[in-house]
Design a protein around this ligand. Sequence first.
Ligand SMILES: *Cc1c(COP(=O)(O)O)cnc(C)c1O
Length: 455
Amino acid sequence: MSDIKYYSTNLKAEKVSFSEALLKGLAPDGGLYMPEQIPRFSKDEIASFSKKEYHEIAFFVLQKFLGETIPSTELAGMTKQAYNFDVPLEKVYDNKYVMRLDQGPTASFKDFAARMMGQLMQYFLKQEHRNMLILTATSGDTGSAMANAFYGLRNINIAVLFPENEVTPRQRKQMTTLHENVQILSLDGKFDDCQALVKQAFNDPELDYLNLSSANSINIGRLLPQSVYYIYAYSRLCDIEKGDEIVFSVPSGNFGDLMGGLLAMKMGLPVKKFVVSTNANDEVPVYFATGNYKTIVPSENCISSAMNVGHPSNMARIVALYGGIMNADGEILKKPDLEKMKEDMFATSVDDSITRETIKRVYDRHKVILEPHGAVGWEGLRQFMNCEKPTENQVCVSLETAHPAKFPEEVELATGIDPELPVSLSKLDDKEEQFDKLESGYENFKIYLKSKYGA
Ligand SMILES: *Cc1c(COP(=O)(O)O)cnc(C)c1O
């Protein structure tokens, strides 16, 4: 299967190998790379995962996509190094779980993708004797996860652009205290503005010399690793011999997390339903309900700040997965099979007041602490269960995408508890911050990049 090619969702660029798709990020026609074929697991393979550790499942999944591109022993070493932390499945009640994807070095689920991607990029860059500048926009967690994953790597510099007023001080410190090959930039604007600047830089021939790559959820190198925890959860909670199916609820912003889940399903994982839970940025739930997709500009500011996205870039991929075409502006050029999408996914939106109520209710009833993103996921799951009434013993897993200690004000407001900091975060307070403020407008961004990274 090593010759799986990657096509662009805009269908106007050449198909490329995995390493090219990984190192390019965005396709030259502005589209996102998608695998031309999706490898399938046999039933026996899925059954065998129950005896494998997380990093072994990750190895297995990646090798399905990569074939012999990376020698087995090296790939196994890379997954082992990337996944050296726990993935707790915390029981809330009956067969309803929260999967805590917050035990990595930046206490965000983005560590899962970032750490693997750092390893993969370094491997291919070394092979090709090349250097690269990673340029990424973040609403908080991507940037810190990427900055940490790439910090100290050779052949790679990373510049991270964040919206000044949309990240918490702790999220900011996770990026601004690293230095070395990590450059941090703040913009007086929204996440979407940051993302627009990054996209423009990618399409600017004058910046070709920088050998830019993205590390946003648009990069295919982030999606493949994000399919693994779905498979892992199934392996721990379900039995394929018994025909078990699983429900996942995914708190969604740019829809990379969900795309990973959809890939796992296409690989053969028996998923009954994905609950797609958004905050007040409800363009996708509205699309499911009405068939009309309308981006939200500017995006709504919600307490689940990493999901304040008015037009998720991965929508183009999801639409492609269901036979349609969506361009970068969110226009649907060819309709996907919306009925099939609704069979696979239940989409709903949860506003801030319900998010806060959910944090409180889940703590009061079950003594489980959620932060705003995880609470959006949990509430989406509750709505799905109310609406579609699965059997009582249906296994359901809601993803908790950040550590509650990253959102101490909201958690304390709802539960009265100031969540304890994981070690990775507690060390930040004494470190010195360093970042540059960017004036708005693309020209300023370009001038900055040229001066910083030599024209
Ligand atoms: C990025 C992020 C999300 C949303 O993930 P997407 O892949 O963009 O949908 C949810 N929660 C947290 C904490 C995040 O950092």
